[in-house]
Design a protein around this ligand. Structure first.
Ligand code: SD4
Length: 324
């Protein structure tokens, strides 16, 4: 059996079988295989199993962490059934799908696009910004033009399903994000490759029916995602405004630098929002992994989960949360 098939088979077994990882005394998910460092590792927000598998394939066949996160998040970007990311994403209140994404490598290089329209793979445009321009971030028409100039195809991202839902929404035009089904599934992914180098990516169509021109946390380095090769990485999902106001992913990484476990760091970043902002009817969740391969998550509300792939096993883990 080739290694790819073996992986798929094994990961299926793991889903329904005994977990190979558990909660240590700090509430941090940790491997029990006794390894000091667990590389490679891939972690993603929500049940983005297929994205993890795509990233894993790259990372175990010699790809870098950067290649892995790009290829991994391209899976939901191309999936019309994922209505929070890329093609098939829910539109803003003008009926236009606008995309935000960012990417960061182990040398601290970063690239990002926001308010991008008509391009299926914002993460690859963000990588191009990082690698081929002197800038970090391109936005709106400039970002779209940059993508076209670099050979990205223009395409209609609004699927019939998302269009119909939008037409329904317009009948009341009520804008009240609902916890967890607030059109979530934004993918934030962190990978550590065999060399121990880290990279991260985050991509989304943002909040459904947002104001035209609204940009969330996902393309902002340090808000939607942040990695530091000395420490680890973190990614955010949920109400971007709350994450932006606390620069959450950067905060999580800095807390890990000070010695907190990934779980403790995510919890502290969530508590920062709870203590300073209106939090009752919003969701924010963080995932984090450190350079030992320990991982954790925490969210404001119940319902946030993440997928972790290590040692050929992929597991869906329910994050801990502040309240039910
Ligand atoms: C945003 N944080 O645009 C994104 C939305 C999100 O799962 O994470 N959805 O605010």
């Amino acid at each position: 059996m080739n290694s790819r098939r073996k992986f798929i088979k094994k990961s299926t077994i793991t889903t329904f079988g005994l977990p190979l990882i558990g909660l240590n005394k700090n509430g941090c998910m940790q491997s029990e295989v006794g390894l000091d460092k667990i590389f490679p590792s891939v972690i993603s927000t929500w049940n983005n199993r297929k994205a993890n598998e795509a990233a894993w394939k790259f990372i175990t066949t010699g790809g870098s962490a950067l290649d892995a996160v790009e290829q991994g998040v391209r899976v939901p970007e191309a999936d019309p059934e994922d209505q929070s990311v890329g093609y098939g994403g829910r539109p803003d209140r003008k009926g236009i799908v606008t995309l935000d994404a960012c990417i960061m490598d182990s040398n601290g290089n970063a690239g990002s696009v926001s308010f991008l329209q008509g391009i299926k793979h914002p993460i690859s445009v963000a990588r191009k910004v990082m690698e081929d321009t002197p800038h970090v971030m391109l936005t709106g028409a400039g970002a779209t033009q940059f993508a076209i100039d670099n050979g990205f195809e223009q395409t209609n991202l609004l699927t019939e399903k998302s269009k119909q839902e939008f037409e329904e929404w317009k009948k009341t035009s009520k804008y009240k994000p609902v916890i967890n089904i607030e059109q979530h599934d934004t993918i934030g992914m962190i990978a550590i490759d065999r060399k121990g180098d880290i990279a991260g990516a985050c991509t989304t169509s943002g909040l459904a029916y947002k104001m035209h021109g609204r940009v969330g946390d996902s393309p902002i380095i340090g808000a939607g995602m942040f990695v530091d090769n000395e420490v680890g990485g973190a990614a955010a999902t949920g109400m971007g405004e709350a994450v932006l106001k606390s620069l959450g992913s950067f905060l999580v990484v800095e807390l890990m630098r000070q010695g907190r476990t990934p779980f403790e760091a995510c919890k502290e970043a969530v508590m920062r929002i709870i203590n300073k902002q209106q939090f009752e009817d919003i969701q924010v969740g963080y995932v984090a992994i450190n350079k030992k391969g320990e991982h954790g998550a925490f969210s404001i509300q119940k319902g946030f989960n993440y997928v972790i792939t290590q040692n050929e096993e992929t597991q869906l883990i329910d994050g801990q949360f502040f309240r039910k």
